[in-house]
Write a protein that binds this ligand. Structure first.
Ligand SMILES: *[C@@H]1O[C@H](CO)[C@@H](O)[C@H](O)[C@H]1NC(C)=O
Ligand SMILES: *[C@@H]1O[C@H](CO)[C@@H](O)[C@H](O)[C@H]1NC(C)=O
Ligand SMILES: *[C@@H]1O[C@H](CO)[C@@H](O)[C@H](O)[C@H]1NC(C)=O
Ligand SMILES: *[C@@H]1O[C@H](CO)[C@@H](O)[C@H](O)[C@H]1NC(C)=O
Ligand SMILES: *[C@@H]1O[C@H](CO)[C@@H](O)[C@H](O)[C@H]1NC(C)=O
Ligand SMILES: *[C@@H]1O[C@H](CO)[C@@H](O)[C@H](O)[C@H]1NC(C)=O
Length: 512
């Protein structure tokens, strides 16, 4: 009798569905900013004002040792799969509009898992995980509703994207905006930051509070092109650089959108039981007004400026709020963390690279993540003009079994190892300082080496290369890279398919 009672109690405690009956499962709102740089948020000392982000993060937990991928599709891919890019074949660049591929269809995505455990799943904003066929669309991959655009960037007001089509010798300008799977033509002239915020708010206001909510808001802000309604520029007349001024206005609009979404959650009585995650998708783009000062590099590079992300969690459910977390956390960790919060199981996922970091964020426990593979991309080239071109010898050279001509980086506790050409190699000056010969951002980099080691805990600016002092660390991390590379799928990066052409009156979208 007693034994049976013990068994029953144990089952109740162990069963996520029975255990969850007492406390309703939390709503999860995931806001992803685009190309938002390290030095572009108020709480990092930026001249740009972000009162909502500052306030929300101050009341929550700021993640200051938090990493994302260097470009858009890969970060979103890892967010949705909890898996490294080498495990989806997407380790090279982004998905261009005419490339016939998407996140492999045998990958199970976060919204599918949330739907299976009873959540209402909604997405607003930028998809950028492939759309050449209908099976790739957000509505076919777990979201009950979708409103947004499928490619990587476009005009904020017309929602048109102009893109050259290889093989057709033309540049096509066409609409990219959808409500569900239908083309949405009625929004010409509505600024996307406002549009996506309004759509998110209407989902929140009409949500049935009996059901838990999963809402993914992937804002267009603050990716190029630099476009913003004039009223957001008023506070920034002191910024001389016209790119930076426009960018600052865009950040203010985004900050307002986050404030509005949060207010709607409060007004709808959902906030008490909501976990809000805010993250950028990659480092700031210095070519379009962004700044990662004082970090080295920028978007698309494996330097800290490309991968160290702005991120925080705000929620009344945090056990120890009002903290800064220095624990190592990565964008691939959100899937297990969020699924963990729902009491759900990773039913049907492939092996995860992410970790459940809820206790790290909520209670301040040590992160279960001891290592982080930033990427391994054998095909890497700079995506934008870089003032200091690569001065690296390109002759293939192997060490500890790893081909160190390959663009790769790995992190283990305080150590970061880079091989090959990591991407634009420069410390961009602090905004407001006018040239590369002045100010604290001005030190010219030494010539690159095929293998570089930094103690990024002591030296987050990656100024002091220490591979010669720590050969054992170098060999260990190279052997780890080699082990990861052995588990990699071949790079999948198909040629453009000219059948993508939407024609003069069509919209970008599935063609196959
Ligand atoms: C597990 O996943 C499969 C396939 O996606 C699905 O059919 C099934 O309902 C899931 N089971 C649970 C308990 O969610
Ligand atoms: C491409 O188009 C331009 C103008 O539309 C034309 O001048 C050029 O010859 C074309 N090139 C090819 C290879 O067809
Ligand atoms: C935020 O809400 C205010 C008040 O409704 C509105 O005026 C403003 O345009 C909204 N901002 C954005 C970016 O949606
Ligand atoms: C939210 O929680 C606070 C503190 O427990 C409580 O005072 C308030 O009434 C709650 N609001 C709602 C809408 O449940
Ligand atoms: C090493 O990697 C570089 C860059 O990806 C590649 O060009 C070269 O062929 C590789 N060398 C060997 C021996 O595999
Ligand atoms: C940069 O600043 C220096 C001194 O602060 C000044 O002499 C110079 O004219 C400035 N250059 C530009 C391009 O603004």
């Amino acid at each position: 009798m007693w034994a049976l009672w013990v068994l029953t109690v144990a089952l109740v405690l162990r069963s996520p569905t029975l255990g969850a009956a007492a406390a309703p499962r939390p709503n999860v709102v995931l806001i992803l900013a685009d190309d938002f740089g390290w030095y572009d948020v108020g709480y990092h000392g930026s001249e740009i004002r972000t009162p909502n982000l500052d306030r929300l993060s101050a009341a929550g937990v700021r993640l200051e040792n938090y990493y994302v991928q260097p470009v858009c599709s890969p970060s979103r891919n890892q967010l949705m799969t909890g898996r490294y890019q080498i495990h989806t074949g997407m380790q090279h660049q982004i998905i261009w509009p005419c490339q016939p591929y998407c996140v492999p269809l045998d990958e199970k995505l976060l919204p599918q898992m949330m739907g299976e455990v009873g959540y209402a799943t909604h997405m607003v904003g930028k998809w950028h995980l492939g759309m050449y066929r209908k099976d790739c669309l957000p509505t076919r991959r777990g979201f009950h509703s979708y409103f947004g655009y499928l490619t990587g960037g476009e005009d904020y007001n017309t929602h048109m994207l102009c893109c050259p089509i290889a093989g057709l010798n033309l540049t096509r300008c066409a609409l990219d905006l959808r409500d569900g799977e239908e083309v949405a033509t009625a929004y010409n002239g509505v600024y996307s930051t406002q549009l996506f915020s309004d759509k998110a708010i209407s989902i929140i206001r009409t949500h049935n509070p009996q059901q838990p909510l999963f809402l993914y808001v992937a804002l267009q802000a603050v990716h190029s092109p630099l476009q913003v309604p004039k009223r957001y520029l008023t506070p920034y007349s002191f910024i001389k650089d016209p790119h930076r001024r426009l960018y600052a206005g865009m950040v203010s609009a985004m900050d307002e959108a986050v404030g509005n979404i949060t207010l709607a959650l409060k007004q709808s009585n959902l906030w008490n039981n909501t976990v809000l995650v805010f993250s950028t998708d990659n480092g700031g783009q210095t070519l379009s007004g962004g700044s990662n000062w004082p970090l080295r590099g920028r978007k698309a590079s494996l330097w800290e400026g490309g991968v160290r992300g702005v991120g925080f969690v705000s929620s009344p459910l945090l056990k120890k709020p009002g903290r800064v977390s220095k624990e190592l956390i990565h964008i691939s960790d959100w899937l297990p963390t969020i699924v963990g919060l729902t009491g759900g199981k990773y039913n049907g996922t492939k092996p995860l690279d992410g970790f459940d970091v809820w206790d790290t964020i909520s209670k301040g426990l040590a992160s279960p993540r001891l290592e982080l593979l930033h990427n391994i991309d054998p095909l890497f080239v700079d995506m934008g003009p870089c003032p200091s071109a690569p001065s690296l010898s390109t002759s293939p050279w192997s060490r500890s079994g790893f081909n160190v001509s390959i663009h790769a980086a790995i992190r283990s506790s305080n150590w970061k190892l880079l091989t090959g050409y990591p991407g634009c190699n420069r410390w961009f000056p602090r905004p407001g300082l006018n040239s590369s010969s002045e100010g604290p951002g001005a030190v010219e980099a030494e010539p690159l080496k095929p293998v570089m080691l930094f103690d990024v805990e002591k030296d987050p600016e990656e100024r002091k290369e220490v591979s010669a002092q720590f050969p054992a660390v170098v060999d260990y991390l190279l052997s780890r890279l080699q082990q990861h590379q052995k588990s990699a799928l071949p790079v999948h990066y198909p040629d453009d398919d000219p059948r993508c052409d939407p024609g003069p009156t069509g919209a970008w979208g599935p063609w196959a």
